[in-house]
Ligand binder design. Structure first.
Ligand code: PHB
Length: 95
């Protein structure tokens, strides 16, 4: 039985949302993994009496990611996202 255009597009919408939900789940897992490692780094820095804030390292990360980026994510948006991620990691290392 042939499906209508509306029903086909509704199916496509549902499939894309399923894909997004799976990606979000993976992102959440990876963000938690990243934070766990950042917390370990925080402990090592404390033992070594090093400063938590490392602007040079943050700049290097942003630069490397920007070189790797193939889009469609814009450079400014990539920067915003990762600055926020690093800020959360840095704040968590302190507290
Ligand atoms: C990080 O990779 O999460 C990171 C790096 C440098 C900082 C803070 C966080 O100063």
């Amino acid at each position: 039985m042939k499906k209508g255009v509306r029903s086909q597009s509704l199916q496509a919408l549902k499939e894309r949302r399923k894909q997004i939900d799976l990606i979000d789940q993976k992102l959440l897992f990876l963000l938690n993994r990243r934070l766990s490692i950042a917390l370990e780094i925080g402990k090592i820095k404390k033992e070594r009496r090093e400063k938590i804030y490392n602007p040079k390292r943050e700049d290097e990360i942003l630069k490397r990611l920007n070189l790797k980026n193939r889009g469609p994510l814009k450079e400014e948006d990539l920067k915003k996202i990762f600055k926020k991620i690093m800020r959360v990691c840095r704040k968590s290392q302190i507290t």
